[in-house]
Write a protein that binds this ligand. Structure first.
Ligand code: GP9
Length: 398
């Protein structure tokens, strides 16, 4: 297995070296601010309901950012924690259970550790109990210097998640007081107001959802509209503090918020059929990277959450030899591998559940033989990730 890993990474890094290096080092020395937004799905971006934008602040940011509109959700049994894990390590979630519980004493190559070498302080900020998802332990393995949890916040405003979680507004406001902004920093914000069941918003008239009032879908839209407003106020505060122009800002959703069992109104709202191909295309999250001096652009190369680390590494100029993801700014052919073995590219969807390849545009069934080699090549990343997790292999490779 050691030989297998060594040759896999040699090959992968040879392929990487042959690609272009657009935006290389462009954010070197800047602060890194990552906001992982709870249950933020891709379809809300630039979408209107009853004439009003659902996420006006994100939409404004999209125009000024590198905006990736083809990013598939890759989380598995660890849900929110899997998204955190992929972002900070560029490894896949565990085959079973959650990596945060099962592999919290492993050695990892991570964003905080790479930035530590450059003298950065790193903070993980999340206004919930520190034991949830075993974060206290896992954040040590990821290498965060400081974990600011619900123990450190004043619970002065309850919004979202049934009405008993700290509001995103208060979370962002208090968080900014806890970071030493006089030194280079990486801060990883994990929001909460978009958490299901969204029932907190049921009787609130914060956003007109019309005929979807008092439905799961309507409450989801209100929750995301609130989360967007809180994010907008956070961005304004960053500007006032002079941090907006001095930071690389990355924003994305952690996973979907509308399961198949609650999708009737969503499909109706979007005018989408209830079929396998259209459903998988809804399993996407938005990803925005804002870098001072870089013009807004939409990038439609297919990717996943595992690709976030290599892009940040390229822009901030740090090492990512053992990353399983790819830099979508310098990739010729996009793809995303899901934890169940399904594969999506710019053109097709290999569904592992029925072992069938579908044309992503027409929905037609394609001849699997023509895609088999490529699918297996992409799926290899899951096998490599499993060896790394189950054998604590990065410790041994070093
Ligand atoms: C709790 C939060 C939610 O701390 O991260 O996790 P989830 O239930 O969405 O996986």
């Amino acid at each position: 297995e050691k030989n297998e890993l060594t040759s896999f990474f040699e090959e992968k890094n040879k392929e990487k070296a042959a690609l272009s290096n657009r935006f290389k080092g462009i954010a070197k020395g800047k602060n890194l601010i990552i906001v992982q937004m709870e249950a933020l799905q891709h379809f809300v971006i630039n979408s209107k309901m009853n004439g009003r934008e659902i996420t006006p602040n994100l939409n404004k940011l999209v125009k000024e950012s590198l905006y990736f509109d083809n990013i598939y959700v890759q989380v598995a049994g660890g849900n929110t924690s899997d998204a955190e894990f992929m972002t900070n390590t560029s490894l896949y979630p565990a085959k079973e259970g959650a990596a945060y519980f099962r592999f919290a004493t492993n050695e990892y190559n991570t964003i905080p550790k790479e930035l530590k070498k450059e003298g950065y302080n790193s903070y993980a900020l999340h206004a919930y109990g520190p034991a949830f998802w075993n974060r206290t332990e896992m954040y040590k393995a990821i290498g965060f210097d400081t974990f600011i949890s619900s123990n450190d916040y004043v619970m002065d405003e309850y919004i979202g998640w049934g009405g008993w979680a700290l509001s995103d507004d208060s979370f962002f406001r208090q968080s900014l007081e806890k970071i030493d902004v006089t030194k280079p920093f990486y801060s990883f914000f994990i929001t909460l107001s978009g958490h299901h069941p969204y029932s907190y918003f049921e009787d609130k008239q914060t956003f007109d959802v019309g005929k979807y009032d008092r439905t799961y879908f309507g409450n989801y839209i209100k929750a995301q509209n609130y989360a967007d407003a809180a994010l907008g106020r956070f961005i304004e505060r960053l500007k006032e503090m002079g941090l907006y122009e001095n930071s690389l800002i990355v924003i994305y959703g952690d996973h979907t918020g509308l399961p198949k069992t609650q999708a009737k109104e969503l499909l109706e709202f979007l005018g989408v059929d209830d079929n396998k191909v259209d459903w998988i295309k809804l399993q996407k999250i938005p990803l925005l990277i804002h870098c001072p001096g870089v013009k807004g652009e939409t990038i439609s190369t297919t990717g996943g959450q595992v690709d976030i680390f290599p892009m940040i590494a390229n822009m901030m100029g740090f090492e990512n030899y053992y990353a399983l993801g790819k830099d979508l700014l310098n990739t010729e052919k996009g793809y995303a591998v899901l934890r169940n073995g399904s594969v999506l590219t710019d053109d097709y969807y290999y569904c592992s559940e029925d072992d069938t390849v579908y044309d992503l545009r027409s929905g037609e069934v394609l001849d699997k033989k023509d895609y088999e080699d490529e699918i297996q090549k992409y799926q290899k990343e899951l096998q490599i990730s499993d060896i790394i997790l189950e054998k604590d292999a990065l410790r041994k490779l070093k």
